[in-house]
Each structure stands twice: as structure tokens, then as C-alpha cells.
Design a protein around this ligand. Structure first.
Ligand code: ATP
Length: 270
């Protein structure tokens, strides 16, 4: 059997409840849930359901989580893949894999296709082309554009794509009838960090009265993924000291550890 480029999941349990903060983004994307749940309501009036939306924001802010929640809320299958896989894993067959993906999604429609790191495949064409270019990537991108244009108005497949580099994307991707909506997913502010802590503290055995306001204040600049990491790390630290419940000091130690990791990461980048 041939290796698949994409992952297909039905019965997604993620809902908007799992996504803390991001009120604006949730509100905007709620519309897509409505389209998927009840397409006729819109098409009966002659409207065209959007084919795609771009989720734009820094790493770890919940773009994947939000896309998954759309599938969970609408109760539709979730086809996901990463833009970097197109370019790295399937040299020579990117375009045919894209065709395959859309074919499968249409058969199971209504459905969501989620493309993470779309910039890996969707960078502007015709740049850095000195060495003969990256034909493989361009073929794949062209096929993606073709598929999006080829959707009938009632194919009921909506493509969500995530990037933290909307500025490098080929403008053709953003044209009307493709990814013509952008939804911004920013780093959380202090109030949103508190909410994210509450989501990720819920499954932990912890001491009573943990102050999530305090934890939120201790973590400026942290993404949702960083906060999820802090919570997990705190539980591991507590376990190492044979504690019965995770306490405030474990969280502070975990924050220090994550800050250390972030500083190291930034040093490598700059
Ligand atoms: P990347 O650009 O690195 O792919 P992303 O924006 O897609 O990142 P996710 O993969 O959605 O980020 O986030 C990683 C994990 O961080 C999530 O599975 C979740 O555990 C946690 N997380 C991130 N944002 C939130 C949030 N707003 N609410 C709750 N959990 C969050």
C-alpha cells in the first residue's frame, strides 16, 4: 500500500471548550462550523461557501487546536498534513498526493482539510530560483491552487491552513475563492494565559487553591504550547520528589526550566 501524505481522523473530540482565550478567532471561525453543519442554509440563498481560511500567528498559539475544534464542533472528518512533508517526504509525487488528498476529502464531505506550515509549500513562486528552482514545490503548489479552484460550490470541503509567515506566501493563495480569509491567532495576554492554565491544570493532581492569576503573571511571552509544557513539566517535577500533588513551587521550577529552554532556542536562531 502506498504511503499516505495525510492523516485522516473521524470522530474528533476537540471542541471550542479546549481552546482557551482566542475569543476573536473562535468567533470568526464559528462561521465555518455553521457552513459545514448546514451548507444548504447558505447556498439556497445563492451564497458561495468559502473554500479556505488562513490561520496566521506565532508557533504554539493554538492554530492546529482551533482547526481540530472546527472539525469536532461540526462533527466532520479532519484531514491533516504538514506543508513540510510535501517537500521533504514525497519528492516527485507532491502533486499527485495533493490530488489524492482532495479526492478523499470530497468523498467524505463535508470535511476539513488542515495544512500546517503552508509556507513550506506556499512560498512565492519564482524566487530563489537561481539553481533551476524548486520545481517539485511549485508543481505541488500549482496543484493545490488547481484543486481549490476546481471545487464545485457544493463540495463542502473547507481548507484551513496555518502559517507564522503570511508575508512570504504566494499572493495567488490569497486570491478570492482560495484562502481569502485570514484569522489571526496571537500570543495570549495575561487573562488568556490564566484561561490556558485552567485548561491544562484540570487533569493534574494538584494542591488546593493554586493561584492561576499568579501563574499567568509569571509567564509573559509564553504561548499556549509553552503553558501546556509548564503544566506537564510541573507534574513530572512533583513526581520526582514523590509528592502526592503538584504544588506552586513545582510550577515555578517548571517555568524556570521552560524559560531556560526558550532562551537556548532563541540563541540558536539568532
Ligand atoms: P505551530 O505553529 O507550532 O504548529 P500551533 O499554533 O498549531 O503551533 P498547537 O499545535 O495548536 O499550536 O498548540 C500546541 C498545544 O499547545 C496544543 O495541543 C495545546 O495543548 C496547547 N495550546 C496552544 N494554544 C492553546 C490554547 N489557546 N488553549 C489551550 N491550549 C493551547
Amino acid at each position: 500500500s502506498k504511503a499516505r501524505l495525510f492523516d485522516e481522523k473521524t470522530d474528533i473530540k476537540t471542541t471550542f471548550k479546549d481552546v482557551a482565550g482566542l475569543e476573536g478567532a473562535k468567533e470568526e471561525i464559528q462561521e465555518i462550523v455553521e457552513f459545514l453543519k448546514n451548507p444548504e442554509k447558505y447556498t439556497n440563498l445563492g451564497g458561495k461557501i468559502p473554500k479556505g481560511a488562513l490561520l496566521v500567528g506565532p508557533p504554539g498559539t493554538g492554530k492546529t487546536l482551533l482547526a481540530k475544534a472546527v472539525a469536532g464542533e461540526a462533527k466532520v472528518p479532519f484531514f491533516s498534513l504538514s506543508g513540510s512533508d510535501f517537500v521533504e517526504m514525497f519528492v516527485g509525487v507532491g502533486a499527485s498526493r495533493v490530488r489524492d488528498l482532495f479526492k478523499q476529502a470530497k468523498e467524505k464531505s463535508p470535511a476539513i482539510i488542515f495544512i500546517d506550515e503552508i509556507d513550506a509549500v506556499g512560498r512565492a513562486r519564482g524566487k530563489n530560483n537561481m539553481s533551476g528552482g524548486n520545481d517539485e514545490r511549485e508543481n505541488t503548489l500549482n496543484q493545490l491552487l488547481t484543486e481549490m479552484d476546481g471545487f464545485g460550490t457544493n463540495s463542502n470541503v473547507i481548507v484551513l491552513a496555518a502559517t507564522n509567515r503570511a508575508d512570504v506566501l504566494d499572493k495567488a493563495l490569497m486570491r478570492a475563492g482560495r484562502f481569502d480569509r485570514q484569522i489571526f491567532v496571537d500570543l495570549p495576554d495575561v487573562r488568556e494565559r490564566k484561561e490556558i492554565f485552567e485548561v491544562h491544570l484540570a487533569p493534574l493532581k494538584k494542591v488546593e487553591g493554586l493561584d492561576t492569576d499568579f501563574l499567568a503573571k509569571q509567564t509573559p511571552g509564553f504561548s499556549g504550547a509553552d503553558i501546556a509544557n509548564v503544566c506537564n513539566e510541573a507534574a513530572l517535577i512533583a513526581a520526582r520528589y514523590d509528592k502526592k500533588a503538584v504544588d506552586k513551587q513545582d510550577f515555578l521550577d517548571a517555568v524556570d526550566r521552560i524559560v531556560g529552554g526558550l532562551e537556548k532556542k532563541n540563541k540558536i536562531v539568532t
